[in-house]
Design a protein around this ligand. Structure first.
Ligand code: IPE
Ligand code: IPE
Ligand code: MG
Length: 232
């Protein structure tokens, strides 16, 4: 059974800060730092793709100073991240709605993508300003446009719906891990997780450790993925 793609819902930054008597923004800082560690663990386990949910479109509804701080983290870490991504041979891919991001943020995310595009040991899919339902709605529109252009009903099966999703070039996650004990998906990869194994970790994201990660992987390998078939 292969494990090539893990998706992470990095939840619990705010509660971690509260627990330690710190302001919420320090939770986001600690949470962002954790991504690098987790990428290294994935590489050790020969996992090729890691999807990290960092900011949802619904997160715009938080206080402006919290949102502003999250955006400032991207700017602050940019130079440092380029060097680390290059030395660890990690390819960075931004997934999310670029049209409603500030120009500066888009510029940074594009730069990270361009500079790292030849790296091939690990693919870091960074979900920022992402909404799965919006992605599906947009894919439906693009799909319909293509079909009408070609004036076909896709009878020959050349066009597949998933090729219009933002994740078209990447495999579906094998395992999805959400930290902080919440057992919900919160508008993340709704289409792509049809057969993904789900794992809910009580630990808060900033205090997520390698042993929690290894426990999730061990749990994955004990599961019986049947994909609708009968066990051999
Ligand atoms: C996840 O941590 C990060 C974002 C959603 C941006 P939270 O900020 O949601 O942390 P909690 O859920 O309040 O503890
Ligand atoms: C999900 O966490 C989004 C990210 C981790 C970026 P939230 O904290 O926003 O989710 P809810 O509101 O608890 O469902
Ligand atoms: Mg949360």
């Amino acid at each position: 059974m292969s494990l090539q793609h893990i998706a992470f819902i990095m939840d619990g930054n705010g509660r971690w800060a509260k627990k330690h008597g710190k302001p919420r923004f320090l939770g986001h800082e600690a949470g962002m730092n954790k991504i690098e560690e987790v990428c290294n663990w994935c590489k050790e386990y020969n996992i090729k793709y890691g999807s990290f949910f960092a900011f949802s479109k619904e997160n715009w509804n938080r206080p402006k100073n919290e949102v502003d701080f999250i955006f400032s983290l991207i700017e602050r870490y940019y130079q440092d991240q380029i060097n680390k991504l290059m030395s660890n041979k990690i390819r960075f891919i931004h997934i999310g709605d670029k049209s409603t991001l500030p120009t500066k943020t888009n510029h940074i995310l594009n730069e990270l993508e361009n500079i790292t595009k030849e790296n091939d040991t690990f693919n870091l899919l960074f979900f920022f300003n992402y909404s799965s339902r919006e992605e599906i709605n947009n894919a439906a529109i693009y799909f319909a446009q293509e079909l009408s252009k070609k004036n076909i009903k896709d009878e020959d099966g050349n066009l597949t719906f998933s090729s219009f999703l933002l994740t078209a070039n990447f495999p579906d996650p094998d395992l999805l891990i959400r930290t902080s004990g919440e057992m919900r998906i919160s508008n993340f990869l709704l289409y792509q997780i049809a057969y993904t194994e789900l794992y809910f970790e009580p630990q808060l994201w900033p205090e997520y450790t390698k042993s929690h990660f290894v426990k999730a992987i061990e749990s994955f390998y004990k599961r019986d993925r049947r994909f609708g078939k009968i066990k051999e």
